[in-house]
Design a protein around this ligand. Structure first.
Ligand code: ATP
Ligand code: MG
Length: 414
């Protein structure tokens, strides 16, 4: 029998009515569009009562000290019924394959059985987890695993488990992440192309210093009054500059490389300083005055270093291009970091270019929207996709006295 009704049945309910209601219940469960398990959890309940009587309160640490108990529970707690979707999810031919101890439900989900027991012991109403199952044909499936516990005064014997296949959703999410990574990688390559002159200049500086110091040191060595101290000093300058050149190349290579986005705790001020290294020469050579206001002691954000640098570089490249195009005599870019209302970490770029035409304001983040002759129109679309993937928001606006202001905010992990 599927349902056990505890307590007295009202007199007016005949056994026939009871049977009919059970039948309806059974049909409902069989046809439910979710894989469903009915589990008799009385044995676990009894074991928990005994533990409570012995004064056990912190069940999580108790179970971690006695892993045998979890293993034992997987054998004594039994599935009592399943529906059609449950059979097809586990690739079973008939219900009997699934009506047995619950052990098989946890075959690909490390630690889940323990967490299910802890939630039960603590009297929680349910437990929901993204995890995996191993079907009987050996395939591993990503699922949403939900346990609904009996809570007095409801029926005390039955725990219900529903398992929902979420592999398609997770696959779509994976593909979306890959697409986003490919998209931003393409953008980085494009930006590096645009900044090639600036980058070449930056590498050239330490190389020029190496040549000068090397030549001077050769001249010293050719003299009759050789000065070891002088040559040592020149040689150490050569080493320092060679290191600098190699650091620059390393930075460019990581910008150009295709990498899986990797989220780490980051200081946005540091990210901004690093991003500036790419574009500093561009800003200087165009006689733009750059001012930076880095708020001290900002909380760290969780993000991909290269992608966040890319956002800042894209915003700065746009500001430089806007300013140059406007032919302003005084050219200014201001960068600010802050903690926004609500605790998010903010980053702003202000420029004194021509600003954004009112009719364009709604479109600047669209892919392939560009007002520039040589623009593709992907810079801001990439910024939006990166910031979106970081759970943040980005916006652009005109400043009251001319020029544009772009701002993004990133959530601070709890
Ligand atoms: N700082 C700014 N001042 C004025 N207009 C801007 C500014 N930043 C962006 N825009 C406007 O938004 C449009 C879209 O910018 P976006 O960076 O997406 O593309 P793009 O710079 O035109 O080309 P790409 O970045 O692909 O080389 C720009 O063409 C420009 O019209
Ligand atoms: Mg751009």
């Amino acid at each position: 029998m599927l349902v056990t009704i505890n307590g007295a049945v009202s007199d007016y309910r005949t056994s026939w009515e009871l049977q009919a209601s059970e039948e309806r219940y059974r049909r409902l469960i069989q046809n439910l569009p979710t894989a469903l398990w009915q589990v008799d959890s009385r044995r676990a309940g009894e074991a928990f009562d005994a533990l409570k009587a012995r004064g056990v309160r912190d069940i999580a640490s108790y179970l971690s000290r006695t892993p045998d108990l979890v293993e034992h529970a997987k054998d004594i707690v039994r599935v009592t019924d399943v529906n059609r979707d449950a059979m097809s999810l586990f690739r079973a031919q008939n219900p009997a394959e699934l009506i047995k101890p619950v052990r098989y439900l946890f075959a690909a989900a490390p630690g889940l059985a323990e967490r299910v027991m802890v939630a039960h012991f603590e009297g929680r109403r349910n437990l929901i987890e993204e995890t995996r199952i191993r079907a009987f044909d050996g395939s591993i499936i990503d699922v949403l695993f939900t346990v609904t516990y009996p809570v007095p005064p409801e029926q005390l014997d039955n725990t219900f488990i529903t398992i929902q296949d979420i592999s398609e959703r997770l696959n779509a999410e994976r593909q979306l992440r890959k697409l986003q990574a490919d998209f931003s990688h393409a953008g980085r390559i494009a930006t590096l192309g645009e900044l090639a002159t600036s980058i070449a200049h930056e590498i050239n500086q330490p190389l020029a210093a190496i040549v000068t110091n090397g030549e001077t040191s050769l001249r010293w060595l050719a003299r009759t009054d050789q000065n070891i101290e002088k040559v040592t000093q020149l040689t150490s300058r050569i080493v320092t500059n060679a290191r600098r050149a190699s650091e620059i190349i390393h930075r460019i290579r990581s910008m150009a490389a295709k990498h899986e986005p990797e989220k780490r705790l980051l200081d946005i001020n540091e990210i901004a300083r690093e991003a500036l290294l790419f574009i500093r020469h561009d800003i200087d050579s165009k006689s733009i005055t750059l001012s930076t206001t880095f708020a001290p002691g900002l909380p760290q954000v969780l993000g991909d270093r290269i992608q966040l640098q890319q956002v800042i570089i894209n915003l700065l490249v746009n500001s430089v291009q806007a300013i140059v195009q406007s032919g302003q005599p005084t050219r200014r870019i201001d960068i600010q970091t802050s903690v926004d209302d609500g605790g998010a970490v903010g980053f702003s770029v202000f420029d004194n270019g021509p600003g954004i035409a009112a009719t364009d304001l709604a479109h600047v983040f669209d892919s392939f929207f560009s007002t520039k002759d040589a623009g593709i129109g992907i810079g801001l679309a990439i910024c939006q996709s990166i910031i979106g993937a970081h759970g943040g928001s980005i916006s652009g606006a005109n400043r009251p006295n001319g020029g544009a202001h772009f701002h993004f905010a990133l959530p601070v992990p709890a």
